[in-house]
Design a protein. Structure first.
Length: 215
């Protein structure tokens, strides 16, 4: 926390430059850049590159995204690359609490990619879990997820999201889950102290925080 207090202002100023550098690197590596949209914020290549790298590294079979956007595009881009390169099979569930936004995103992502995504509109609600008030999506699709990504709007009553934590607590000892959280520091810090499994934690300085399961 002390290091972040001193270095965050410096990183905040340097981030636009780092994003431009990462965009050029991303384009050179994958021969691709994300198209610009009127309803989305400009693509953040630091976060998006991290998502692509994580997906290609982990090769997940069941992916859950909580809060959609360019991240949805990045994940399906990486999953589709795995499918083309090695025949990798997957199921990808993209969930959002804003139905109109979700429908606009469906139209924005090219059909050959969006057809491989299961989109779900789900409202969020609050409840006490682990003796703490948290927010949750209602009726998430039931699967044995091995990778989850979360970057969504907070509930007005709490900034702490509990979906990944609650799901992780239901897993057996041999189950493996890795996940990434973007822009949700309260949730990220709470998870670091309350997860059941063992994880290698990385990132959080210039991109989202990765929790990679330790076997």
């Amino acid at each position: 926390h002390i290091l972040r207090f001193f270095f965050n202002p410096i990183l905040y100023k340097a981030r636009p430059t780092l994003m431009k550098i990462k965009k050029k690197q991303f384009q050179k590596k994958y021969n691709f850049i994300f198209p610009i949209s009127d309803f989305l914020l400009p693509p953040d290549y630091l976060d998006l590159d991290n998502l692509v790298v994580q997906t290609l590294k982990l090769k997940p079979k069941f992916v859950l995204e909580l809060g959609t956007g360019y991240s949805t595009y990045a994940i399906i881009f990486a999953l589709n690359k795995l499918k083309k390169d090695s025949g990798h099979e997957f199921k990808f569930y993209a969930v959002d609490q804003n139905e109109k936004y979700l429908n606009d995103l469906k139209k924005f992502i090219p059909e050959h990619l969006s057809s491989q995504i299961n989109f779900f509109y789900r409202p969020i609600f609050t409840k006490n879990y682990n003796n703490t008030l948290m927010s949750f999506y209602k009726d998430l699709p039931k699967e044995k997820y091995d990778y989850i990504y979360e970057d969504r709007r907070d509930h007005e009553m709490t900034k702490l999201a509990g979906d990944i934590l609650e799901y992780e607590h239901t897993l057996d000892q041999n189950d493996r889950l890795s996940f990434t959280i973007d822009g949700m520091p309260i949730t990220t810090n709470y998870y670091k102290k309350n997860l059941k499994g063992r994880y290698k934690i990385s990132g959080s300085v210039i991109h989202g925080t990765n929790f990679d399961s330790i076997y």
